[in-house]
Design a binder for this molecule. Structure first.
Ligand code: AMP
Length: 207
């Protein structure tokens, strides 16, 4: 299995690159932010509780997101692999991901971190907020709060993967296709697999 952790602050381009990677490697996309927003849309109790934290730019509790990932792994045992987008965001989440993937005799293949400076993130997210409908993208103070939560609580996840020799940092500013090619090079060097049948070659994937 090819299991990629796509890492970086909010607005770094994880969602955009995930869409291209899914097509290239035929992977299942697991975004804890998307899973939480789906719970909110369904009006579940979990969603109601998470919404308050998400609107403030705070993290939802580890056990909530770990439980969601556990369910998704159990429901996709035929997958060629996964892209984890926005997960793990804490060291306990990273340790749980190791434990959960071990249950299926697999593990994290590599972690790719998109690095983007705060001012660029704020600019991108305010722009996204004009069309995304996400309350957490529409207020500069809330965006800066999310970036500070990332710096204080999430950035240390990079050291966790560096300790396993799996960390790869990339400049997240530039043309989407150039960044995508760099990500593919890292993946192919770490896991020398041919694209899974049905996936598209890198130059066939549209931006
Ligand atoms: P995202 O779509 O990844 O930007 O996530 C939106 C919000 O969902 C975050 O600001 C957090 O409130 C929450 N969230 C998403 N993923 C996680 C996670 N792995 N751990 C804790 N909170 C999360």
């Amino acid at each position: 299995m090819l299991n990629i952790v796509l890492f970086g602050p909010p607005g770094a381009g994880k969602g955009t690159q995930s869409q291209k990677l899914i097509a290239r490697y035929n992977l299942v996309h697991l975004s804890t932010g998307d899973l939480l927003r789906s719970q909110i849309a369904q009006g579940t109790e979990l969603g109601l509780h998470a919404k308050k934290l998400m609107d403030e730019g705070l993290l939802v509790p580890d056990e909530v997101v770990i439980g969601m990932i556990e369910t998704q792994l159990a429901g996709n045992t035929d997958a060629a692999g996964f892209i984890f987008d926005g997960f793990p965001r804490t060291v306990p989440q990273a340790a749980s991901l190791d434990e959960l993937t071990q249950r299926y005799d697999t593990g994290v293949s590599c972690m790719i971190a998109l690095e983007v400076a705060e001012e660029e993130l704020v600019k991108r997210l305010l722009e996204r907020g004009k069309t995304s409908g996400r309350p957490d993208d529409q207020d500069e103070a809330k965006i800066r709060k999310r970036v500070s939560v990332y710096n204080n609580e999430t950035a240390q996840v990079a050291s966790y993967y560096a300790g396993q020799g799996k960390f790869h940092g990339l400049n997240g500013i530039g043309a989407i296709d150039d960044i995508f090619s760099q990500i593919c090079r890292i993946i192919d060097a770490n896991q020398p697999v041919a694209p899974v049948s049905g996936g598209l070659a890198a130059d066939e994937v549209k931006a």
